[in-house]
Design a protein around this ligand. Structure first.
Ligand SMILES: Cc1cc2nc3c(=O)[nH]c(=O)nc-3n(C[C@H](O)[C@H](O)[C@H](O)COP(=O)(O)OP(=O)(O)OC[C@H]3O[C@@H](n4cnc5c(N)ncnc54)[C@H](O)[C@@H]3O)c2cc1C
Length: 434
């Protein structure tokens, strides 16, 4: 099979929320952008757990802004509206955005098209070819065989960081003990009587769940049920079935976890219908096509954001997105679910651009859940609005680097922050360099 070669300014690897942000931002800067996405849909985790709310969209009750703000406005302006801001029922989370999943995915793809992005679904980036500190090209595969992309800049938004790791960026899996957060298989229940279902004050349905576990009708990890009103009336998003100890970089482990999670979802749906008020006539839909992976490789950036940075409400001089999400940790090893507040009420922190660039490779950035963060900070920074905006920052930084002919480490951060602010990203700018 003849190998094909594509020259481009920017190669974005992965079409999740971060890759979407990176590709649209770079395309709008007039750059030639190729986006390779290994699956058949854009969205990443958003597509694997369809209908999951965009959490953390309103740090201290002000929209993050930028592309996520624009996307929400496009959806809200539709007739009928396809998105809505709502308070989150769970402890310590601020308002979130609920939306119609299919319309949101369609709109994101339209925004990629409008930005002139060359989107390739079913295309996997496999290995970088290095020339010293530069990624010269990236070997990719699609159904027609191998192809090579020769980019000016690579933005790794793959969540797992295969290409960054192979380019030599230091990394490790999960926390210091190698433990990663549990993976999740989600689903919706439709035709639920909301009034009956959400009559109790307990957002985790612990009384009923405990009975299900005690009677052996629910898996012991279902002692808390995460059931949230969906965007459409009478729908409930069930984000409850977590499978522990799965290495998300191992395809066989992900397949086994997907199947195990789906079994538990059906078990839970049966339990909801028979035991939980309001669910008697409900039916299941949008079961995850694959387990949603929260965490795999932890890349090392020029700067690593830490739990202490969050607790101090640090506003970095190169902060590119604001956040006030709690420490949303999910069943790492034998631990439970926690969402403790990350910082004082009414405060927020920002994520530094330096957490999106490696020390050594001159034309590589990463965005989204592979941001350089310690395990505590990671549990907070990983919300989709933040991932999308990290992508937006890297796509914008790519234009600054390419125009100036400098390495990504030399991007003038003042100009980057000013440009992101011009693009509508809120709460940037720092009182002092951290
Ligand atoms: C179960 C679960 C529940 C969550 N709940 C919420 C929530 O309620 N609200 C919220 O805001 N956030 C939530 N999060 C967090 C959030 O969804 C993720 O952190 C975020 O979506 C990550 O986006 P990303 O673009 O960085 O990575 P991903 O969404 O993982 O996207 C990476 C993409 O890259 C592709 N890819 C990987 N390797 C390659 C390759 N080599 N070549 C080509 N493509 C590749 C993948 O197919 C994928 O599409 C949740 C996460 C999970 C797993």
């Amino acid at each position: 099979m003849k190998e094909r070669t594509i020259g481009t300014d920017v190669l974005v690897i992965g079409g999740g929320t971060a890759g979407f942000g990176a590709a649209v931002a770079a395309g709008r800067q007039g750059l030639r952008v190729v986006l390779v996405e290994a699956t058949s849909k854009v969205g990443g985790v958003m597509a694997f757990c369809p209908g999951m709310p965009w959490g953390g969209g309103y740090p201290v009750d002000r929209i993050v802004g930028g592309l996520i703000g624009e996307l929400v406005e496009r959806l809200r302006a539709m007739d009928p509206p396809a998105a809505e801001k709502r308070p989150c029922a769970l402890h310590n989370f601020g308002p979130e955005i609920v939306y119609d999943h299919d319309i949101a995915i369609l709109t994101m793809f339209e925004m990629l098209e409008e930005a002139g992005v060359d989107v390739r679904l079913g295309a996997t980036a496999v290995a970088p070819e290095m020339n010293g500190a530069i990624i010269e090209s990236v070997a990719c595969w699609d159904r027609n065989g191998p192809f090579t992309v020769r980019p000016g800049i690579v933005i790794d938004c793959s969540g797992d960081g295969d290409i960054s790791a192979r380019a030599g960026v230091p990394h490790r899996l999960g926390d210091a003990g190698g433990n990663m957060m549990a993976v999740t298989v989600s689903f919706f229940m439709n035709d639920v009587d909301w009034t009956a279902a959400f009559a109790e004050a307990d957002p985790y349905f612990t009384r009923l769940a405990a009975r299900g576990v005690a009677e052996g009708r629910l898996h012991p990890d279902l002692a808390r049920l995460y059931l949230m009103k969906g965007f459409h009336r009478g729908t409930v998003f069930c984000n409850s079935v977590h499978v522990r100890g799965v290495d998300g970089t191992d395809p066989a482990a992900v397949a086994a976890a997907t199947q195990e999670g789906r079994r538990r979802c059906h078990q839970l749906a049966r339990f909801l219908r028979s035991e939980v008020p309001g669910f008697a006539n409900a039916w299941m839909s949008l079961l995850s096509p694959a387990a949603g992976i929260r965490e795999t490789r932890r890349l090392e950036g020029v700067c690593r954001i830490t739990g202490e940075d969050l607790a101090r409400g640090t506003k970095f001089a190169d902060g590119i997105v604001s956040c006030d999400n709690p420490i949303d940790d999910v069943m790492r090893a034998d631990a439970g679910m926690t969402h403790d507040a990350a910082l004082a009420p009414g405060d927020y922190y920002t994520i530094p651009f330096r957490a999106l660039i490696p020390a050594e490779v001159a034309n590589l950035m990463f965005a989204g859940r592979i941001v350089s963060a310690d395990p505590v900070a990671f549990a907070s920074v990983r919300g989709m609005p933040q991932c999308m905006t990290m992508g937006q920052a890297t796509g914008t930084a790519a234009a600054l680097a390419l125009r100036a002919g400098v390495a990504v480490q030399a991007v003038p951060v003042g100009a980057l922050v000013a440009e992101l602010t011009r693009q509508g990203v809120n709460r940037l700018g720092a009182p002092a360099i951290a």
